[in-house]
Ligand binder design. Structure first.
Ligand SMILES: [Zn+2]
Length: 64
């Protein structure tokens, strides 16, 4: 996943109350599901999933 480049676009912080939407089912992601793959501390990948449609949204590194 590369960084997005919005050249010439003003970047602003989203308001605190804004909830991201799932790009697949368009539902609010007030909760996301995390599925941790792999055992051990070094090779731990977390899959981020939409709890509504169970779509894979990306990888994350959360401490739950
Ligand atoms: Zn979804």
């Amino acid at each position: 996943m590369g960084l997005l480049n919005f050249e010439g676009v003003k970047i602003d912080n989203a308001p605190e109350e804004v909830i991201p939407k799932c790009p697949y089912c368009r539902k609010d992601l007030e909760t996301i599901w995390i599925k941790t793959k792999g055992i051990g501390i070094v090779e731990q990948k977390q899959l981020i999933m939409c709890p509504h449609c169970k779509s894979f949204l990306g990888f994350g590194a959360f401490s739950v």
